[in-house]
Ligand binder design. Sequence first.
Ligand code: IPD
Length: 263
Amino acid sequence: MQGSANLNLMIKAARKAGRSLVKDFREVENLQVSMKGAGDFVSRADIAAEKIIKDELLSARPNYGWVGEESDAEEGADPTRRWIVDPLDGTTNFLHGLPHWAVSIGLEHKGEVVAGVIFDPAKDEMFIAEKGNGAWMNETRLRVSGRTRMIEALFATGLPFGGRADLPETIRDLGRLLPACSGVRRWGAAALDMAYVAAGRLDGYWERGLHSWDVAAGIVILREAGGLVEPLSPGGDMLEDGQLICANEKIFDQFARVIRNVA
Ligand code: IPD
């Protein structure tokens, strides 16, 4: 795919941060004896990766705004454009030595995400998309799955941990969905859950309690792969509310009816 200068910049920043995170990931295993030590180390790795991305993106586009998981949001001189960045999505996986985490970079223009990059360095999978230009994983064009039957479909979600308020709702969702489908995965990295729906590996995904940096890149990648993504509560704002539902376009309505609990 022939990407724009912005997309190439995002890819370059994601690769650079990925290299730094891979080095740190190799160290994490040695630190597991002390969870506190490992936790502090991982948050330093996370912050360092965000700095790499921020330096790369803002030195090339100093007038864009910035939203990142690890630093304060900044309004740019150009109020219509902002980077939305999660330097390390899947932090808990990273901390536990599980090779399933990603760098996620979205570019928003006038309230819409127009370009996205999700990079999984452990598997060397780079998911990219730009509005109107399709979605790609490395050299392969992405297309959502064509499954139409709920009973054959595989979904993913996030399970609320650590006393999060949305646990009862998620348990109720699972109670309705599990008997009707072929399985629900909890992989632990929202950006990759969305990339996997775009790649047709999963048929759908939903979650509450997310942040804009978890989902920005995934929204455009999914749409460009032919998927549907909507706020979980119709009419909401996906980047602000932190809850969404997405799926291949054929199964979306059936899946959404189960999750939204409408007849
Ligand atoms: C988390 C992951 C996880 C999701 C959480 C997110 P983080 O992001 O995406 O899958 O269930 O809601 O906060 O903290 O690893 O960047």
